[in-house]
Design a protein around this ligand. Structure first.
Ligand code: DSN
Length: 493
């Protein structure tokens, strides 16, 4: 297959001083093993596993040694509730410095008016966003109309009326089976309980977002918050149209760009496809396509900044100074020109993976991809997502099962497997490699069949792989991996 990617290969996070990193990790493992050898062994084992498998989980990546090392520091030991210059503890000058550097990088990278870098995860970032939108849109005007400065100033009667109002707002987000996230109003999640919630899906024929249908639904439902973003939708979203719909119904547009933040940072998603200028509040994680430490960030327009900055301790526990510092390092990396090459390669690789799967007869939800992920419908192979995920894992290919629109197998067994290219691209995989990965995936799934349940009848979990296929695939994957070593030169001794 012809290579379609940019002239210079993507710069992997491995552009580090391997000798220095080897010394650092050897020493760290020595210190850790003296206290709890089981943990030192697990750390070694995790690196070995990550080196030896094809990682296609769309939400995972490989952070650079600089990012990883930053987390193992005494910044972890400081309490710093509050935010920059407004802490509830003394002695936070270094955490202030760290948080300011991270926020400055986030604002510059995404051209955002304001950045809040404390959330511990994407779910926490979304909770901060929900809190800030309720505070700005509902609580503040209610307090003003009652002539009160703070909820503690309210009579019990007024507080009860405000509490009812806060608890009766509406949110409209993408449904889980269309590719939305649990925190976008899925009923078992707190977001589905704290709001009157409705979901929008995708067109049953094309499996694409239908902006006309969404506009009609929003006009009817009139949400306080319109949520855009996804964890398993393989297409771009037009945020200019989303903002138009939000404005038309008086909603706040909240975009969760956790999955595609790296494509925004790397300028693959620009214009109407860059959410930051259009959303009132944008949330993200830092560990997916952005390739940083595990954590979250909230970006927002100025009018939401005060409420967002009060996230800790009103919604979040004490900030993780060591992780915020690692976010700063990762954001600094993402501002390098090489990150743009990386992001473009992630997208090119996803296209190559989709093309490789389609050309071998597979069915993809929406028929392809425009981002970093592909959603493979495994029902034509006669498998559930659970069976496909397990058979691929046996063959050295790490994926996750995922529901497809209107999935007959539900969210546990599912009928799909989600595949993403951020991690392999960080190892330096190119489009030819992704075509080979597609070949291996189709080979495994074609050789896998459902097995009977122990009690007889069909099982949605048990499966059989034809003799030798898993072993041969692991060997073929090993060849690809050997061409693109993870953290080359890093030797734990
Ligand atoms: N766990 C993330 C993902 O895999 O998409 C979402 O929370």
């Amino acid at each position: 297959m012809a290579s379609q990617h940019v002239e210079t290969p993507a710069q992997p996070p491995e552009s580090f001083d391997a000798d220095a990193a080897s010394t650092a990790y050897r020493s760290a493992l020595h210190v850790i093993a003296a206290v709890e050898p089981g943990i030192a062994a697990a750390i070694r084992s995790e690196l070995a596993d990550q080196r030896a498998t094809l990682k296609l989980i769309a939400s995972e990546n490989y952070a650079s040694p600089a990012v990883l090392l930053t987390m193992g520091t005494w910044l972890s030991d400081k309490y710093a509730e509050g935010t920059i210059g407004r802490r509830m503890y003394a002695g936070c000058q270094n955490i202030d410095t760290v948080e300011q550097i991270a926020a400055d990088h986030a604002r510059a990278l995404f051209a955002a008016p304001h950045a809040y870098v404390q959330p511990h995860s994407g779910i926490d970032a979304n909770l901060v966003a929900f809190w800030a939108i309720l505070a700005h849109r509902v609580e503040a005007p209610a307090l003003a109309s009652l002539g009160a400065g703070h909820v503690n100033d309210l009579t019990d009667e007024d507080w009860e009326a405000l509490r009812q109002q806060l608890g009766n707002q509406r949110a409209l987000g993408m449904s889980l089976d269309a590719g939305g996230h649990l925190t976008h109003g899925f009923r078992p999640n707190i977001s589905g309980k704290m709001f009157h919630q409705a979901s929008y899906g995708t067109d049953p024929r094309t499996e694409l977002l239908d902006y006309g249908a969404l506009r009609a639904q929003a006009r009817e439902f009139r949400p306080l918050i319109l949520i855009a973003g996804y964890s398993a939708y393989p297409r771009k979203i037009n945020f200019a149209v989303m903002r138009e719909i939000a404005d038309e119904v008086g909603a706040t547009l909240m975009v969760d760009m956790a999955h595609f933040a790296g494509l925004v940072a790397g300028r693959v998603f620009t214009g109407d496809f860059d959410p930051v200028p259009f959303a009132h509040v944008t949330t993200t994680t830092t560990h997916k396509s952005l390739r940083g430490p595990r954590g979250g960030v909230v970006l927002c327009q100025p009018e939401y900044a005060d409420a967002v900055d009060r996230g800790c301790p009103l919604v979040l526990g004490g900030p993780l100074g060591h992780v915020i510092a690692a976010k700063a390092v990762a954001l600094a990396e993402a501002r390098q020109p090489s990150f743009r090459q990386y992001a473009q390669q992630v997208a090119d690789n996803a296209t190559a993976l989709a093309t490789g799967l389609l050309s071998r007869g597979a069915r993809l939800v929406t028929g392809g991809t425009e981002n970093h992920l592909v959603l493979l419908d495994v029902s034509p192979f006669g498998l559930t997502g659970r069976q496909a995920e397990s058979a691929l894992l046996d063959s050295g290919i790490v994926t996750n099962r995922n529901a497809i629109p209107r999935d007959p197998n539900g969210a546990w067994y599912t009928s799909g497997v989600r595949l993403g290219t951020p991690a392999l691209t960080s190892r330096g995989f190119d489009t030819d490699d992704l075509d080979r990965v597609a070949e291996l995936i189709v080979g495994v799934l074609s050789a896998t069949s459902p097995a009977a349940a122990p009690s007889g009848g069909a099982s949605k979990a048990r499966y059989l792989i034809a003799d030798g296929v898993a072993e041969r695939t692991r060997a073929a994957a090993g060849e690809l991996l050997a061409h693109h070593p993870l953290y080359p030169g890093l030797d734990l001794g």
